[in-house]
Write a protein that binds this ligand. Sequence first.
Ligand code: GLP
Length: 254
Amino acid sequence: MAVRVTKQVETRDKVLELIERLTIGQAIPSERQLSVDFGVSRLTVRAALDELVREGHLIRRRGSGTFVSEPKIAQELTMTSFTEDMRRRGMRPTSRTVDLRIVPAGARLGRFLNVSPSEPTLVAKRLRLADGETMAIETLHVPSALVPGLTGKDLESQSFYELLRDRYAITIAGGVQQIEPTVTNEEESEALGVPLHSPAFLFERTSRASDGKTVEFVRSIYRGDRYVLVSELTPQTPRTGIPVLTVRDDGRVH
Ligand code: GLP
């Protein structure tokens, strides 16, 4: 077993090197060819390729072969909007509003948004696309009083953060974001165009305006095969260091 695992790791590394020399969309050699080239069994090649497909480096097309995927999007952990993130990478951001309704916040959401449970709250579900490909599903929750007249169409044609700034004179000043690994459910898989139970990131962001008011609580599902999270690391000094993640005895993050 140990020998096979090592061989699989080595094979995976070799295929990764091969991928680096190929271009996006190009086919990799067949499993049979790779097993001859690398001197390992087809079973080992298959297992290594399965891993690379799961991680989003390769894509399998039934009947035609295995191809090099697009590189993942390196998502930095900053306060930026989806629109800004995509533009900065030279990609074209678009959105599709699949649902928008106004509901009472309820107890849980009310706590997140710092409003009473009866406070009317706008809930908008959007698909977020980059260069026409669906990357994420986001459910935005915002107290209606902060964004009178905001429509689903507005959220398709403009960035929410830009609308906040330009139409409602609200500037996002900070927030808290929690990230958890997850897998896609049926609805998410269909919307994102990925197989059921694909790996994904669940982001939950609560943002506040410069006057301290909570502006949004957003739950986003980002495709695990298209994103990698990147953060700059700096040494933490006792005075300025803020713990970003702590796990309590009951396993909950706070
Ligand atoms: C990111 C954040 C969301 C935020 C959104 C705004 O995706 N995770 O919390 O609401 O950006 O994006 P945009 O301004 O492009 O609508």
